[in-house]
Design a protein around this ligand. Sequence first.
Ligand code: ADP
Ligand code: MG
Length: 224
Amino acid sequence: MIQINNIHKSYITGQNSLHVLKGIDLRIEAGEMISIMGASGSGKSTLLNILGILDNYDSGEYILNGLKIKKLSERKAAQLRNKMLGFVFQSFNLVSFKNAMENVALPLYYQDIPRKKRNLIAMEYLDRMGLKEWAHHLPNELSGGQKQRTAIARALISKPKVILADEPTGALDSVTSLEMMDILQEINKTGITMVIVTHEYDIAARTQKTVRITDGLITEIINN
Ligand code: ADP
Ligand code: MG
């Protein structure tokens, strides 16, 4: 599903260049659930953003579902993201002035699906997350776990092949974090490939494989 070969990435700010990814090789099979662990600043989010076609890389190769991803136009990148990828973030990234249903429906807005229909579909996905009763609440009226379940429903609504989650439990208490992992494992069982960045061992242990990044390089891969 995902293959990256010798990926390098530097950030350039003013005169300074920061070499963040220093030759990453990684292969993720369709249907796999893997975690990426590493110290803060080791390049985890940078890697995930490249996998998510949210950012470019400098050299190397990225093949997503058989398609070479390199210097795409923003339009083409957005199309691919919409078709292939779902995102879950530590900070949920919900739109604060839209209710849960409208947040979940948002990806369908970009697919030009009429409002009534997209809200109906959004309700199905909220129901799957046990949040039907919360559909008309704004994000600030939801608990952390409810916000993340809303974000997961939003990620699922466009039927992605891959879900990329950047510290999805980072803002949740430990009980809610494990509930979130139950949900992500259930989703993985439906065949969706899952990549989870975390710095918590008990979260990583719930995935099939843990990839350790140290200072921009993969230093260890553990089968859990
Ligand atoms: P992690 O997610 O593992 O904590 P990141 O991938 O976010 O690490 O960051 C890796 C390094 O790159 C850090 O030193 C960070 O400060 C730097 N960095 C991240 N994003 C940018 C950016 N947009 N511009 C400049 N430097 C960045
Ligand atoms: Mg990060």
